[in-house]
Write a protein that binds this ligand. Structure first.
Ligand code: HEC
Ligand code: HEC
Length: 212
């Protein structure tokens, strides 16, 4: 191949790449900042697109399926339960489902999710999560840790535990030493083996951004 030909091909490639770079959409920053509280101008009908985004961001999709067609949790697509029943379920711990507090999902956030779900075609499918991940969140929610430390241990009224960096003995000792103030930390009642499992999940798996 002549040198000139190589140069022509190279110039063509560069032009192509430049074109691609121009055409590529600017990536949006991951939306991890909570949406501001709704003002009086809020659309009373709800914002389905916002609901769809929240469904992914708060990991509902990990358990209920990407399009809410079902997975570890039941299908929610085309839900026929009332908005009040839906909100009550969102606020409750139903292991492995964590409780979502008002600080995590406001009333209008929950309404937006509900409105989005209502507009979906009813569907039913099964998906499976990685075993270790489910076990971790199952122990976490069954033990009620979510009500204080946040749905995914990201922190709530109690400190964040996700990505816990101290060793397992320090973790267990932190719980023992606070049992007088926080009875839910009673290791005798919880079972030390399960708490060791939970520790591993907190250290490696509990991450709001990467899944439950
Ligand atoms: C770790 C898995 C998991 C996550 C995350 C999760 N869910 Fe669930 N969800 C479940 C399971 C399992 C059930 C069924 C529990 C039961 O009824 O005992 C359930 C039940 C529900 C129900 C009750 C349905 C009914 O018909 O009674 C609603 C509503 C719901 N989830 C909404 C949500 C929303 C909204 C999110 C995200 C903000 C979410 N869930 C996140 C697993 C999960
Ligand atoms: C009723 C609320 C509540 C519940 C439920 C709860 N905790 Fe806590 N937790 C706290 C508070 C408050 C602190 C901070 C205590 C302190 O520093 O004195 C804490 C601290 C901790 C710490 C030490 C954190 C650190 O930074 O060293 C660990 C570990 C912990 N909790 C684990 C758990 C686990 C695991 C569960 C579930 C079995 C759980 N907690 C349930 C309120 C709670």
């Amino acid at each position: 191949m002549s040198r000139l030909r190589v140069l022509v091909i190279l110039a063509g490639l560069i032009a192509l790449l430049a074109g691609c770079a121009e055409a590529a959409p600017t990536p949006r920053p991951t939306e991890l900042v909570p949406t501001p509280a709704p003002g009086p101008t809020l659309n009373p009908a709800g914002d389905a697109a916002h609901g769809a985004a929240l469904f992914v961001r708060w990991q509902c999709a990990s358990c209920h399926g990407g399009n809410a067609g079902g997975g570890i949790g039941p299908s929610l697509a085309g839900t026929t339960i009332s908005q009040a029943a839906f909100t009550a379920a969102v606020r409750q711990t139903r292991p492995p489902k964590p409780a979502f507090s008002e600080a995590e999902l406001s009333e209008s956030d929950v309404r937006d999710i509900y409105v989005w779900l209502q507009g979906l075609e009813p569907a039913a499918q099964t998906i499976t999560l990685e075993e270790g991940q489910l076990l971790g969140i199952q122990v976490y929610t069954s033990s009620g840790c979510d009500s204080c430390h946040g749905a995914f241990a990201q922190g709530g009224t109690a400190p964040a535990l996700a990505g816990y960096s101290a060793d397992v003995d320090a973790f267990l000792e932190a719980m023992r030493s606070t049992t007088a103030d926080v009875p839910e930390h009673d290791l005798e009642a919880l079972g030390i083996d399960l708490m060791r499992r939970l520790y591993t999940w907190l250290k490696e798996g509990a991450n709001l951004a990467s899944g439950c």
